[in-house]
Structure formats: C-alpha cells, structure tokens
Design a protein around this ligand. Structure first.
Ligand SMILES: Nc1nc2[nH]cnc2c(=O)[nH]1
Ligand SMILES: [Zn+2]
Length: 483
C-alpha cells in the first residue's frame, strides 16, 4: 500500500549523487527537500548541523511545516537502482539451469517456467512476491518482461502499480521457434494483445503525484522468435506510438547470432534486423550486446538506442563478456540489467559486482593492447558503475530528466543505505567505546569516508544494507518497511 504524502520531508545526512560516467558527488552534510508530490524541491549541499535551522528558515520552512529525517552515522542516501532488463516471470526459476547455454536454456527451463503464467491464479500468487523481492533489492525502476500472456501481464502491471514501483512492462511477442505450448497463434493476435496491454496500462490510475509510474513497452522477445510478419506489424505500430519504448535481446550468444542471420538473410547484422523493421530507435532497450560489431555499435549510437548490460546473465549462461567500455566510447547509452533468470540474482548490487568483474576480465585479457578510447579495455571504476546503475539506466529508459540522480524538479526515487553494525552486514572498521558506528573519525564524516562507504556497499553489500526504498517520495520497500 502506498500512502499519500502531505508534508514536505527534509532528509539530512550524507548523500551520493551521480553526475557523469566519470564523476559523482559525495556530500557528507546534504539537505534534500521533498515536496508532497514526491519531487525534490531543492537540495543544499553543505549544511553543518549547527546551521540546519537557519538553512531551513531560508527556504521559509519552520518547525511544524516539515518532517525531518536525520540520518544516523553509517547511513547515506543515493538514487535508486534502475534495472534496464529483467524477466519478472523468470524469478520462480532463479538459480536453475545455468549449465545450459541460451537456446537450450530457453527450451529446457525458461519456456516451461513462463508457460505457467497462463494460469492467472498462479500469476496473482507469484507476482506480488516477485515484485517485492525486486523492490527490496533497491530497484526503484525496472524494465520488466512479462510472459506472452495478456492477462498475466496485466496482473503484473497491477501489482507494480499497487506497490508503487516505477516500471516499464511488456508482454513478449513470439510467434515462432517456440514450443507448441508456449507460442502465440499469429502475428495479428500478438499485436492485438500488445495493443490491449498498452491501453490497459495507460488506463491505470495516476499516483498521488499526478504522474504515471507504470508504462507500457513493446517487447518482441528476440528476432528468432518473431516472424517477418510480426516484426513488420510491430514496427508499423511502433511508428504510430513514438513515445512508447521497445525492448528486445541482441547478440547475446554465438549460436543465437548464427541462427538470426540465417533467418534474416537480407540483414548484414543482428542490429540491422531490428533497424530494417523500424524497431531500432532512441527509446529501444537492447539486452546484452555481447558480440556487437563496430558497425553495429555505430548504427546503435546513430539511432540513439541503449544497451542493457547484463553481466551476471552473460556469465551464468556462458554467453560471453560484453565490451561495455567500447560501447561507451562509441557513444552508446548503457545501463545495467539483472536479466533474471538468465542472471541468477535480482539484485542490482550483484549486477554491479559482476559488471566490475567483467570489466576487469576484459582489461586483463586485453592488457598490452593499445587503448582505443577512454573506457575501451579498461576496468570500470566506482563512478562509472554508479552511473550505469542509476543515471545511465535512466538515459536508456529516456527518463534522465526525472530519475537517476538528485536535483530540483526530479523525482525522489532513492535508497536509504546503512552499513552500520545493526544491519547484519556491517562494514566495520572501528567502534568507539559505546560500540557506536564510527566512520573515519568519531565526529566528522569526510568526502573520502563517504566514498569508501559507497565502495563497501557496492562490493560487499546486499539487501540487508538497503533499509528504505522510495519511489516518487513514497516509502515502498527495504528492510525497515512494514508494508
Ligand atoms: N537471457 C535471455 N535471453 C533471451 N533471448 C530470448 N529470450 C531470452 C530470455 O528470456 N533470456
Ligand atoms: Zn533477457
């Protein structure tokens, strides 16, 4: 249940604010004012506690006008994670089947799991737990794939809407190369149910902020599972709704690429298949891109499409290691995706760790080779990983103006993170005699301390450290949420 906000809320304490691929702000004494509509009214970067009241009064805020949330030592606020690629319907299969590669894994494990959602009772039972799990991992915005079923995907949209998460929700379009028990009867019906889902999602009530948080997304599963007729219909339809994004998979696995190019002999590359059907554009989210060629990267950058980098899945299904640095140097928008259950964990923190590992492997393998750009063949540092998990994802979703960082007018989609002892997963490096958490020094938190807190959270944190999850200013999850 979401609760309507009535007052301005002031958050006071350490804040991490992403800025670019190479920089973020670590603000030890930050004030963020969040209005009743869940949007940030203003942000003050450097207010020591003795100046707190004066700073609020300068904004015409006097006691009684606002709720003050003061962070404890060891806590900080950062933007919520944006998962640009997740299959909600695959969470029941988490951890299973990782010995297979993509095409076998789909047939042996994934299609049977997804087929169960034909039963709307099953969907109604499964989706609330699934969405809770995602939210409690700190994901404030998800690009969700549902199954091919219209009714089950409506239920998914309902659940997300009720829980107050921000999301894009699509039903898979797939009318060939799938088992008899899990395939759409025709291209025509596939498009019809897509249009019905879009109408349904667009008809959901607006939130207290007057804004829609759940959006539709056109979801051709991947080229192999769509006939030319279906891709033609989807491309023609997409042209009539330019603001509705598109998501699909691309160049994930060698066998998949081979099969795709056989099925579409008129295209010179995988990316060109989507381009030929008018499905490659500025709001297209392409999952994986492990084997994209230079020409494809150029095409994708020219179209303004984004890539969802799914490192955990790329390891788990032995797909390969995506060259994220190279994508960035080509000017391609990149975000991170868990790709559950190709990925074996719905946590974006885990995905950050896998993205770091992937980039280190790429750097190790290419050591000695000439560097071609800022990021190519280099490991991704904390600033870049933070960007990919937040602002980069927002860019891929075309929501950079609303989410991914903090600033006046943007939505307060945020995490309250704690690395304190009492989380059960502390980052302990010192206690005073009362066993209070101390970071750096007893009294002062420095920018350097805060950067280290973020690193501790990123590289050894988990859900236990995610205490509160806010979307559009509303508390919707985290360890301290009693929903
Ligand atoms: N990882 C992954 N790749 C796909 N390609 C087509 N469908 C899927 C899927 O469900 N997961
Ligand atoms: Zn996927």
């Amino acid at each position: 249940m979401t609760v309507a906000l009535r007052m301005t809320t002031i958050y006071y304490g350490p804040v991490i604010n992403p800025e670019s691929l190479t920089a973020f702000q670590a603000l030890p004494w930050c004030l963020i004012a969040v209005g009743p509509d869940g949007n940030i009214i203003w942000l003050e970067e450097d207010v020591i506690s003795s100046e707190l009241d004066a700073a609020l009064e300068q904004h015409d805020l006097f006691q009684g006008d606002y709720i003050l949330v003061e962070l404890k030592s060891g806590e900080f606020i950062m933007p919520g994670f944006i998962d640009t690629h997740i299959h909600a319907c695959q969470i029941p299969n988490l951890g299973v089947g990782g010995e297979d590669q993509l095409l076998d894994w789909l047939n042996n494990y994934t299609f049977p799991t997804e087929a169960r959602f034909k039963d709307t009772g099953y969907a109604s039972r499964a989706y609330p737990d699934i969405v809770n799990r995602v939210i409690n991992s700190g994901t404030t915005t998800s690009c969700y794939y549902g199954t091919l079923h219209l009714e089950a995907t409506k239920i998914l949209a309902d659940v997300i809407h009720k829980k107050g998460q921000r999301a894009f929700v699509g039903k898979c379009n797939m009318d060939r190369n799938s088992p008899d028990y899990y395939v759409e009867p025709s291209a025509e019906e596939s498009l019809e149910s897509t249009e019905a889902l879009i109408a349904y999602i667009q008809g959901l009530p607006l939130t207290a902020s007057g804004e829609a948080l759940v959006h539709p997304i056109i979801t051709p599963r991947f080229a192999i599972s769509c006939t030319d007729e279906l891709l033609t219909r989807l491309g023609d339809f997409a042209e009539t709704v330019p603001d509705i994004p598109i998501q699909t998979h691309i160049s994930e696995n060698r066998k998949e690429i081979e099969e795709t190019l056989e099925l579409f002999p008129n295209a010179s590359s995988y990316a060109e298949v989507y381009d030929q059907f008018k499905l490659l554009r500025n709001n297209t989210v392409l999952g994986h891109g492990v084997y994209l060629t230079d020409e494809e990267l150029e095409l994708i950058a020219t179209r303004g499409a984004g890539v969802a980098h799914c490192p955990a899945s790329n390891f788990n299904l032995s797909s390969g290691m995506a060259k994220v640095g190279k994508m960035l140097d080509y000017g391609v928008k990149v975000g991170l995706g868990t790709d559950v259950s190709g990925g074996n964990n719905p946590s974006m923190l885990y995905t950050i760790q896998m993205a770091s590992t992937t980039s280190k492997m790429v750097a190790i393998q290419s050591s000695g080779e000439e560097e071609e750009g800022t990021f190519t063949n280099n490991r991704l540092d904390t600033a870049t990983l933070l960007y990919l998990a937040t602002l980069g994802g927002a860019d891929v979703c075309c929501l950079k103006h609303r989410i991914g960082s903090f600033g006046s007018g943007k939505a307060f989609d945020a995490l309250l993170v704690s690395i304190r002892d009492d989380t059960g997963n502390p980052a302990v490096w010192g206690y005073n005699q009362d066993r209070d958490f101390i970071g750096g020094s007893d009294t002062e938190i420095t920018e350097k301390d805060l950067k280290e807190w973020l690193q501790r959270f990123f590289y050894c944190g988990d859900d236990r450290n995610i205490r509160r999850v806010f979307v559009q200013g509303v508390l919707i999850g985290g360890q301290e949420f009693q929903g």
